[in-house]
Design a protein around this ligand. Structure first.
Ligand SMILES: Cc1cc2nc3c(=O)[nH]c(=O)nc-3n(C[C@H](O)[C@H](O)[C@H](O)COP(=O)(O)OP(=O)(O)OC[C@H]3O[C@@H](n4cnc5c(N)ncnc54)[C@H](O)[C@@H]3O)c2cc1C
Length: 538
């Protein structure tokens, strides 16, 4: 047998919180310093070899649909590997599905963001029901009677995996059904019907083309009722303890996100309760969408962070041409560039999470404008980061035994779901139009104009906004959104990161050549210092 040489050790065990300077600083700065102890403990748990293995197992043994029992009775159940349940249980016990609502306090959304950011690095599939449950709370609150019944279960930190009526369970998770076969972006085309049944409830007939995590206990569903498109809470079991008439037709065969089930369903007179005003379904459910869009930023930043941590770890240990890869100048350039992208994504995500902890007008504007903007740009950058980081590992990065292929396959999903890229950019234009103080608030957020590079970039951005408005030119919405996010990322790094990081970001992202391959940083940057800052356990 040949001798194994020059192979790096696995990046485990390691603490995903204490080894991550950018995350630690951002958590403190954005108001969740009090959560340091819990986050450190969670970071240690997530970085244990056995937890990392759960992520692999949950993806290697994907969920199975059981439509009927052996006698032909409908079951409409999905079976998951035990690893899925273990990971979801771990996350629920950490409160990642609802802690800011169950235990509200300054910094609560930031603390949860830091926790989910770490979880998403180990396994992204379980993030889906957590994100939807988290996002469901403001929408469920539009129906006080439903909220009184469901929120105590949603707030519980038990993970109750049993499939039975929610009233018998100690805890509950909530999913959502908006997308239909004929259209997911244009929700007005929804055809699912909700007929009043005379007792205050409704009966739903129709379908949903995507309904993820179908073993959730209830779903927020859009359907056409007599007064127009409305939002309904549709539980898996009826109040009479019967399986609700939600038939799972098939599970999607997805590119990534394979540990999680995403289904197609039909409603055959399914029991539902109205949430919010009848006919105002889109504004009601869009509140949930804001939170799940924040989670897309967190989830994609997490994928970037894990990619960079793995790449730097590998380069730290692997030798080629008599030098560690990390010391090969061109590789240092690539790693530094990747680290910059990851840090910029993390700082804007954590800043955005703070806006969800605040309620003044500025916070509302940041939430409304920056959530879709950051979702667009962070999610667009993630596939490039995962791909480039994979190449750092050479051929081994392409092999399923390591996490890189999983990160790569997961990378596009957050850009598609919860409003695809174009829809996010059009939403940014709409939000800027509707919020008269948005420009002032964003100007303040961008800083005092002392940095000449950022000042010039911001002036160009403001001009672009004016021209787009004058011409009502939607075709430039991506250009504007990208510039808005880059300006904010630069401002945050100038204010909070070491000057080497801020300088490198401005030099590479605010100029003409930004946005192509990684590893194009100009000379004169302290590459090694930035790469070392992003290293995890070396
Ligand atoms: C893994 C996964 C899980 C999902 N889970 C759920 C779930 O649990 N619940 C749920 O409801 N949905 C879910 N979805 C569906 C997802 O939210 C939709 O696929 C998404 O909103 C896009 O809708 P669509 O597929 O109908 O595409 P379309 O609406 O047909 O859009 C296609 C493309 O056209 C673009 N586009 C649309 N309108 C415009 C315009 N005016 N100008 C410019 N471009 C435009 C879009 O940006 C997109 O790129 C899931 C999707 C995936 C991939």
């Amino acid at each position: 047998m040949f001798e194994v040489q020059n192979q790096p050790p696995p990046l485990e065990p390691y603490n995903l919180f204490s080894s991550d300077a950018v995350l630690r600083d951002a958590t403190q700065r954005e108001g969740a310093g009090w959560a340091k102890g819990e986050l450190t403990a969670l970071g240690a748990t997530l970085g244990k070899p056995e937890t990392v293995q759960l992520g692999f197992d949950a993806n290697r043994f994907p969920p199975q649909l059981r439509t009927l029992d052996r006698y032909g009775h409908r079951l409409d159940e999905v079976e998951f590997h035990p690893a899925w349940h273990e990971l979801l249980g771990l996350a629920v016990r950490a409160g990642l599905h609802s802690s800011p609502w169950a235990d509200p306090r300054p910094g609560a959304h930031v603390a949860r963001a830091a926790g989910t950011y770490m979880l998403g690095q180990i396994e992204s599939g379980v993030y889906c029901p957590l994100a939807m449950t988290y996002g469901s709370v403001p929408t469920v609150r539009h129906a006080p009677a439903i909220a009184a019944e469901w929120l105590p279960r949603i707030f519980s930190r038990d993970y109750d995996r049993s499939f039975r009526p929610a009233r018998l369970k100690s805890a509950a998770l909530v999913g959502m059904g908006m997308t239909e076969n004929q259209g997911g972006s244009d929700l007005r085309t929804n055809t699912t019907r909700a007929d009043p049944s005379g007792d205050g409830s409704f009966r739903l007939h129709g379908h949903k083309w995507f309904l993820s995590a179908p073993m959730c206990d209830a779903f927020l569903v859009l359907a056409q009722s007599p007064k127009g498109l409305s939002c309904f809470l549709v539980p898996r079991w009826t109040p009479g303890d019967e399986r609700n008439a939600i038939q799972i037709i098939r599970l999607k065969d997805k590119l990534g996100n394979r540990s999680n089930a995403s289904s197609e369903v039909e409603f055959h007179g399914a029991y539902g309760q109205l949430v919010g005003e009848e006919g105002r379904g889109i504004p009601t459910i869009i509140e949930m969408g804001n939170y799940t869009r924040l989670d897309c930023c967190i989830g994609s930043s997490a994928l970037m962070r894990q990619s960079v941590a793995q790449a730097i770890h590998h380069a730290w240990h692997r030798i080629a041409f008599q030098k560690k890869l990390i010391d090969q100048p061109l590789m240092t350039n690539v790693l530094t560039d990747l680290a910059l992208e990851s840090e910029a994504a993390t700082v804007i995500t954590m800043r955005l999470a703070r806006a969800y902890d605040e309620s003044d007008e500025a916070a509302q504007i940041i939430r409304r404008v920056i959530t879709p903007a950051a979702k667009f740009w962070i999610c667009k950058r993630t596939p490039f980061v995962t791909y480039e980081a994979m190449e750092v590992l050479g051929g081994s990065g392409y092999i399923e035994e390591c996490i890189m292929p999983r990160l790569y396959r997961e990378a596009p999903v957050n850009s598609i779901w919860e409003g695809s890229g174009n829809i996010m950019c059009l939403d940014v234009l709409r939000a800027m139009e509707r919020m008269p103080n948005a420009t002032d608030v964003l100007r303040r957020e961008l800083g005092d104009g002392k940095d000449s590079r950022l000042k010039a970039f911001t002036e160009q951005l403001e001009k672009r906004l004016l021209v787009i408005r004058e011409r009502n030119d939607e075709s430039q919405a991506r250009v504007l959104t990208r510039e808005l996010v880059l300006a904010l990322q630069a401002a945050l790094l100038i204010r909070h990161a070491p000057s080497a990081v801020a300088d490198a970001f401005c030099a590479s992202r605010l100029g003409a050549n930004s946005g192509s391959a990684f590893g194009l940083l100009p000379s004169g940057i302290d590459l090694r210092a930035i790469a070392c800052r992003a290293a995890s356990a070396n």
